[in-house]
Write a protein that binds this ligand. Structure first.
Ligand code: PMP
Length: 355
């Protein structure tokens, strides 16, 4: 750190993204990407848009917002497209929290929430998940803070029902509730319809997972026009051209190919169920995942050790060192072939323990 760093940031611990290794070809199950390529409609549209890169992208992202609105069955003024959903989550911390109105989220959840809170000088409280890693809904009711909940949660994959989300939103009408639906397409129930009923609900989604566009950086939020207008104030005060024209075009292309998205999600869900059954047969314990990853531990092998053994065998998964989850690994659900290779590697690792 240089001596010039602002005092505001000198204590900041940044988010650690999952590895994107270059030195070796891994079966990459560590960052919840899709095993399938983006829709051809997305890539062709992006290539066409590349021919116009001398111009700035549309700051209003008008066509894209309209298309997202159509797919989500809301009005275009209820939508804001952003540079990945990380950006709109940061905007939400900036717009709806301050030193007096802090944030609240589970102790085990997306690791970026505490980073965004610290970045923006927002005090935050964490609520412990129950022993089985489920969210204690009552602990998020009437809290007088800005609530951030990933649904399904990460890295557990456990989803709350819409009735439980509604209970949290309805009980906190003096503050904003942000429901981060990065993984909703793999088995969760979206809260987007509730944005018509509640003025304090912001739902965020991403093109990174179910639409195979992690590298394009595209996310969006849906909320009542007033909340979207607040978020736009932040956007126009930071980066009006936050979504580049190739990504905008790719997003439009992907949304015109929803059958492809749905079919990929179905395949991932089938692979998840296959892998879950196989891993349980090997003695793994896991949460009930509605997402494109499994959160697993084995009573006979330490979580960090399992991570290293898999890595030696060319399979990359995600291990978090936080105490409560250090015995677990989060394994992205890939293709059926990738899951077969995973099961095979795990069997070898476990057999070697007994030898
Ligand atoms: N929310 C959750 C729960 C996530 O796991 C991720 C992916 N790391 C994101 C949001 C952000 O995804 P992106 O910025 O790629 O849209």
């Amino acid at each position: 750190m240089s001596k010039y760093i602002s005092k505001k940031y000198s204590g900041l611990t940044p988010y650690t993204p999952g590895e994107q290794p270059k030195e070796r070809k891994y079966i990459k199950l560590n960052t919840n990407e899709s095993p399938y390529p983006p829709s051809v409609r997305a890539t062709e549209a992006a290539a066409r848009a590349a021919l116009g890169l001398e111009l700035y992208s549309d700051p209003e992202a008008k066509l894209l917002n309209e298309k997202i609105a159509e797919v989500c069955a809301v009005e275009p003024e209820c939508v804001l497209a952003t540079n990945g959903s990380d950006e709109i989550l940061n905007f939400a911390f900036m717009a709806f929290c301050d030193s007096e109105r802090g944030a609240i989220f589970p102790d085990v959840t997306y690791g970026f929430y505490p980073v965004f809170a610290e970045l923006n000088g927002v005090p935050y409280e964490t609520v412990a998940l129950r022993e089985d890693f489920s969210i204690d809904v009552d602990a998020f009711c009437n809290v007088g803070k800005t609530v951030f909940i990933a649904n399904p949660n990460a890295p557990t994959g456990i989803a709350l029902g819409l009735d439980e989300i509604e209970r949290i939103v309805a009980s906190n009408q003096e503050s904003v509730v942000v429901i981060d639906e990065a993984y909703v397409d793999f088995g969760g129930e979206s809260a987007i319809p509730l944005t018509k009923k509640y003025k304090n609900l912001l739902v965020t989604q991403t093109f990174s997972k179910s639409r195979s566009m992690a590298g394009a950086r595209l996310g969006f939020g849906v909320a009542c026009p007033e909340l979207i207008s607040d978020l736009n104030m932040i956007k126009y005060s930071t980066n009006p051209y936050n979504v580049n024209s190739m990504t905008m075009a790719a997003g439009l292309g992907a949304l015109s190919d929803e059958d492809y998205t749905r079919s990929n999600c179905r395949k991932v869900i089938e692979s998840r169920e296959f892998a879950a059954d196989e891993l349980k047969a090997l003695g793994f314990e896991m949460t009930d995942s509605a997402a494109n990853f499994l959160f697993v531990r084995h009573p006979k092998i330490d979580g960090g050790e399992l991570y290293s053994r898999l890595r030696e065998k060319g399979i990359l998964v995600r291990h978090f060192s936080a105490d409560r989850i250090a015995q677990y690994n989060r394994i992205t659900v890939g293709s059926r072939e990738q899951m077969e290779a995973l099961v095979c590697a795990l069997r070898e690792i476990l057999n070697a323990l007994e030898a």
